[in-house]
Design a protein around this ligand. Structure first.
Ligand SMILES: [Zn+2]
Length: 343
């Protein structure tokens, strides 16, 4: 019995000296003293060896020991929780956070959105259509004769023969779809990607982006065409830009004209971009050919209209001085991040 009392004193001393301060150490303490095979249980087990006359006195001592261990454990546990809380509260909130990588809009999307919003201001709606087209919507409806060079395998990506499916060569196919389903007045712009079988270089690519426009109503004249495009150019490039129209030929418009603007890069003094002429071509336009209107059952004696088409890459080149078309599709982050913050 003396021996047992000594053991209890040793355990008490051990417990009092215990300095564990983290969850794992406190848990180890619990297992050692209070676990299923812990020391408290062992000491309690000794009770059976105690002589009957001492059982009462000894039971008291053992019980006190058990309470002592339990209290010590509770205190330790509370202290540990406090310390760990403190560690959390000691976190320095002023430390810089993990940076969030913010992407940029693609320059072609920036320009496309600008073009779209300028035309929306004067009442043009936006129409889109499929990139894989049939021959009729891409060529036939647009008054391109069977032997037109644009239909050549050399210029167009054919996906299927009989029936012919191809990658659209212009967004005029979207104009065709609008005329097919809508009665005048029609006032739409058609932004989208188009494909041509070109060798890829700084100045040409097998795909690029267009915005075409179409306006059909009664009494639409070439003066309306000029004024609309003049408004666009001033909104896009500023009030000082000059405009000139040059006669041209397109199968789907008559008369047709190409529009130049004064070179913004050299201020018309002459540079590589304007080929030292001081003028840069930015779009093709004209009055919709009567054949095109009649193809869609629109009475060409009652209605007239104008159409125009521009390359988004061309406008972006003039706005951002990008001299190599390939940069737009190379996904080079050094190029793309220069447009950070532009919306
Ligand atoms: Zn120039």
């Amino acid at each position: 019995m003396e021996e047992l009392l000594q053991k209890i004193e040793v355990y008490k001393a051990e417990i009092a000296a215990f300095t564990g301060s983290n969850t794992d150490e406190v848990e180890a303490f619990r297992i050692k003293y209070l676990g299923t095979n812990g020391l408290v249980k062992t000491v309690m087990g000794e009770m059976k060896n105690v002589p009957n006359e001492n059982k009462r006195e000894f039971g008291q001592i053992l019980n006190n020991f058990k309470i002592f261990v339990q209290d010590s454990y509770d205190i330790l546990k509370e202290k540990t929780a406090e310390t760990e809380n403190k560690i959390e509260h000691n976190f320095d909130w002023s430390l810089p956070g993990n940076p969030v990588v913010v992407g940029t809009r693609h320059p072609l999307n920036i320009i496309r959105n600008q073009i779209v919003s300028i035309f929306q201001k004067i009442g043009f709606a936006v129409s889109e259509g499929p990139e894989i087209e049939d021959d009729w919507h891409n060529f036939g409806a647009m008054n391109l004769p069977e032997d037109h060079p644009a239909r050549d395998m050399q210029d167009t990506f054919y996906v299927n023969q009989n029936p012919i499916w191809l990658l659209r060569t212009h967004t005029s196919s979207v104009q065709a779809r609008v005329m097919q389903h809508q009665k005048p007045p029609i006032r739409v712009i058609c932004p989208g990607r188009v494909y041509r079988n070109e060798t890829i270089s700084a100045r040409a690519h097998c795909f690029f982006h267009q915005v075409e426009g179409l306006y059909i109503d009664e009494n639409v004249s070439f003066a309306d065409l000029k004024q609309t495009l003049y408004f666009f150019v001033q909104e896009m490039f500023g009030k000082d830009v000059k405009v000139r129209f040059r006669p041209s030929y397109f199968p789907f418009t008559e008369p047709s004209a190409e529009m130049d603007i004064s070179c913004l890069i050299c201020e018309s003094k002459g540079c590589n971009v304007c080929k030292h002429s001081g003028w840069v071509e930015i779009l093709g336009s004209g009055m919709v050919h009567p054949n095109v209107l009649e193809n869609f059952g629109i009475d060409s004696n009652k209605y007239t209209g104008f159409a125009f088409g521009m390359g988004v890459e061309r406008i972006a080149q003039l706005k951002y001085r990008v001299n190599d078309l390939r940069l737009y599709s190379q996904n080079d982050i050094r190029f793309l991040k220069q447009f950070m913050g532009v919306v």
